[in-house]
Write a protein that binds this ligand. Structure first.
Ligand code: HEM
Length: 128
């Protein structure tokens, strides 16, 4: 429907499917997999909690893990521009692989995440 938050329009099941697919692709990505833990289950749970609140649903991340402070939480990880692009490419592919999410919602979600991803970059690429 046209009304409601992006969370309501996407729905919890489709959002969970998206996050699962996203981390399957992250695990296969040569730029991303080295900086992520081998077991991505807790990471995926945190991401699902974060996105639920970010998209206008219940603030699950905040309730379970405290203030997101996402940029600070990413500082221990070398988030290069290349990794930022790889992250967004995985998200774009995960959206394409999740047909429960409509095109308009996918576009809006991708645009919102592109802004957050750009904000996470904290390290230059090695080769300049
Ligand atoms: C955690 C990488 C962008 C949300 C992490 C972790 C890494 C990472 C390596 C730690 C995983 C773990 O130890 O469990 C990246 C890279 C990005 C990126 C390379 C590219 C720009 C984003 C964006 C969001 C996000 C755009 C939100 C929309 C999160 C959340 C966590 C996390 C919620 C869990 C934080 C916690 O430990 O509580 N990310 N991230 N990340 N990331 Fe990202």
């Amino acid at each position: 429907s046209a009304g409601g938050s992006l969370y309501e329009r996407i729905g919890p099941e489709a959002l969970a499917a998206l996050v699962t697919r996203f981390y399957t692709l992250v695990a296969q990505d040569p730029d991303l997999s080295p900086i992520f833990p081998a077991d991505l289950t807790p990471t995926a749970q945190k991401q699902l909690a974060f996105l639920t609140g970010f998209l206008g649903g219940p603030p699950l991340y905040h309730q379970n893990f405290g203030p997101p402070r996402l940029r600070a939480r990413h500082v221990p990880h070398a988030i290069t521009p290349t990794r930022g692009r790889a992250w967004l490419a995985c998200m774009e592919n995960a959206l394409q692989d999740t047909p429960q999410i409509g095109e308009a919602e996918a576009r809006e979600l991708h645009a919102a995440l592109a802004r957050v991803a750009a904000h996470m970059v904290n390290t230059p690429d090695d080769d300049g």
